[in-house]
Design a protein. Sequence first.
Length: 319
Amino acid sequence: MADPYKTLGVAPGATADEIKKAYRKLAKRLHPDVNPGNKKVEQQFKEATAAYDLLSDVDKRRKFDAGEIDENGQPRGFGGWNSSQRSYGGGAGAGAGMGGRRNYRAADVGIDDDSFADDLFRDFFNFGRGGGRTGVKMRGADVTYKADVAFLEAARGAKKRLTLSDGKTLDITVPPGTDDGQSLRLKGQGLPGQGGAPNGDAYVEIAVKPHPYFERQGSDVLLECPISLAEAVLGGTITVPTIDGNVSLKVPKNSNTGTQLRLKGKGIPNPKTGQRGDQYVRFVIVLPRQMDSELEQAVERWAKSHAAEQDVREKFSKS
């Protein structure tokens, strides 16, 4: 894969919001549903998604910018070893050993584990010979994983299985309406306690991937829907996607770009109340890819007889 910044068309200093907007713009244009059968565009979509996956992850982006990993997320040099993360004396590993949280990165099918701090913790307390230090009773440390979840999985709810680097699996239930950045708590799924003390908890921080054409605003879903010139002028019935599947929608006559219709109850469920938001469909008029002479002549005749009605920028003169 090429430089992820160049793939998304953003500067190395771009903000997270700029990176997200750049990916959404590319995804709308390159998505396989919009370009069926086009292998070249499909490959470009995959590269854009891979670039976004890397740059939207704060830890991976930092490591890439520092030269610790390459554009494919693979370690450079000595496996991307970072002494600032693996040092003893207040670092992440030591904090976890004293009942804090251990942080991991989890994708849909795997995470990167850090066993260095565990070994240091065992050495410090003389663990590992005989299963623990006599008389020590300590609650297990909490651990934190980060999991990427598709937009529709977060909206509708899903069951996910994360495979850890040691081969173990962690099953999670993503509740309907889960939002980006939300943390799920798995009681007792953290590190084991010592001396009969309870295990720590596991926390899974959810990162919701952007959708090619759905956009979430609170409990509502926004959808920009292309309509043809004929549909805009004459009206008609079209099929539009929702998070539950396709539905029929009536386009009123003389609809304009920016005309917005509401699909009540077709939005995101509220995890606390169960009530759903709405979906808003905003029309965007798309002209024919190839204008024929008949249409051009018809528009020209209409324009000549309705010249007074064509001042579509009248508001500019009032500012």
